[in-house]
Ligand binder design. Structure first.
Ligand code: 5AD
Ligand code: SF4
Length: 446
């Protein structure tokens, strides 16, 4: 059935920050076609579901959303439905089979082709593009960048690590780095658009490499140092890193690059060497802890963050106890923890030592209560102290703005005379496990 060409759009992002970045780029692409964001999200001409496949639950959410949209999509005036992102990449034709109301299936490396795909749909075809052509999309997307005070900049995509539980190497393809000049240009455009903070993104962001403008090979630390020299930019962050790509140069940057924030997200997944080996993580508990020690030695106040999986196949009580003891030893400021979710096509999904849901639930609960206690303790150390906060978005209360401390804590500030994008000194008056509250004392120098 042919459809009218869409004039308004809605993009719904799931999963990681890479999808948030991709969603922003799709919006720019649609804007360049003369389309506009729908005022009412439920009344858009095209709905893009920018999906995540990392765990089963994330993937299932997409099908229930398609089901919800599907109820209206074939009635007159209903939206065109596009499934983008990693579920599209991983499940391709299966999506069309399970959800015939879907018009477009587009993988994370092919979304620059959306305008053509929309044209195909308006002339009555279903459009599928799951190519993984490396970095083509970046050169074909519009240059202008929408941005808030804190912006994402994808520097690297894909993963060659093949952890045995993970779908990313299959959905995002091999590791590829964007070029130095493309990144510097995009960073400048973001700063011109009002960004005060740039977070460099990649599945393995610290695997980024590239030649600088003198032809010298640089790693992520070199790129960070170049960004540090850009006027107008106040803060630099990066995520997500792999322990094996945590070079001495990058650790050193935490000690002497002023704009690089004191925060390191370094997933470990497990504290047991036996499980790390079965996960194909290619680092040990000890080598991981040594990296954190080095980071703390150059930047003693650095806030540490990690990802954990409980219930990986074969994980014994003793293995899990190793994870808990690692967590206690590190004292994380933040963390993400998940129950192992078998993903089709990954080696771990076929291991015959799968752990029962009951055991996983119990372990996750134990781990999370430790992590929440550590996070609360980290946050409560801020009470009575003053720190700089970059105000990023409005809060729920009138006059309230929410921003981030250098250590990545959310800070709620009641501030009638402040605006988003301000960096203010805030005295912390209240702390909880997830956020802080504070009162502005003065504006930081612009
Ligand atoms: N099951 C559970 N958690 C997973 N992650 C990746 N794959 C899986 C899986 N199959 C987690 C890891 C990773 C984070 C982004 O998601 O902790 O670091
Ligand atoms: Fe997945 Fe491991 Fe690659 Fe991270 S490093 S994206 S967990 S395969």
């Amino acid at each position: 059935m042919s459809m009218d060409s869409p004039k308004t759009y809605t993009i719904k992002n799931y999963g990681c920050q890479m999808n948030v970045y991709d969603g922003e780029r799709m919006a720019e692409l649609f804007d360049a076609q003369g389309m506009t964001p729908a005022d009412d999200k439920n009344d858009a001409d095209i709905v893009v579901l920018n999906t995540c496949h990392i765990r089963e639950k994330a993937a299932e959410k997409v099908y229930s959303e398609i089901g919800r949209l599907g109820k209206t999509s074939r009635s007159p005036g209903g939206p065109m439905i596009a499934v983008a992102g990693c579920v599209a990449q991983a499940e391709g034709s299966e999506i069309s089979r399970r959800a015939p109301t879907v018009d477009i299936v587009v993988g994370p490396q092919a979304y620059h082709n959306l305008p053509q795909m929309i044209a195909d749909v308006t002339s009555g075809k279903r459009a599928v593009d799951l190519d993984l052509p490396g970095l083509d999309k970046f050169s074909q997307l519009p240059q202008k960048r929408k941005t808030g005070a804190s912006a994402f900049l994808t520097v690297q995509e894909g993963c060659d690590k093949f952890c045995t539980y993970c779908v990313v190497p299959y959905t995002r393809g091999a590791e590829v780095s964007r070029s130095w000049s493309a990144l510097i240009d995009e960073a400048k455009a973001l700063i011109e658009g009002g960004a005060k903070e740039i977070t460099l993104l990649g599945q393995n962001v610290n695997a980024w490499t590239g030649e600088d403008d003198t032809g010298t090979m640089q790693g992520l630390d070199g790129l960070i140092r170049a960004l540090d020299r850009l006027d107008g930019l106040k803060r630099i962050r990066y995520m997500t890193s792999h322990p094996n790509d945590m070079t001495e140069g990058l650790i050193a940057a935490h000690g002497d690059v002023e704009k690089l924030m004191p925060f390191l997200h370094l997933p470990v997944q497990s504290g047991s060497d036996r499980i790390l080996k079965a996960m194909n993580r290619s680092h040990s508990r000890d080598s991981y802890l040594k990296i954190l020690d080095r980071a703390r030695s150059v930047r003693p106040d650095i806030a540490l963050s990690g990802d954990f999986i409980v219930g990986f196949p074969g994980e014994s009580d003793a293995d899990f106890a190793d994870t808990l003891s690692l967590v206690r030893a590190v004292g994380y400021a933040q963390a993400f923890s998940f129950k192992y979710s078998p993903r089709p096509g990954t080696p771990a999904a076929d291991m015959d030592t799968q752990i029962s849901t009951d055991i996983m639930d119990d372990r996750l609960q134990q781990l999370q209560s430790q992590l929440v206690a550590d996070q609360s303790a980290f946050n409560s150390k801020m009470l009575g102290k003053t720190c700089e906060v970059l105000l990023e978005r409005p809060g729920k209360l009138g006059n309230q703005l929410i921003g981030k401390s250098p250590w990545m804590q959310s800070v709620h500030v009641l501030a009638p005379d402040l605006t988003i994008g301000d960096i203010v000194h805030v005295e912390i008056t209240d702390s909880g496990p997830l956020s802080l509250k504070g009162e502005p004392t003065m504006r930081a120098a612009a």
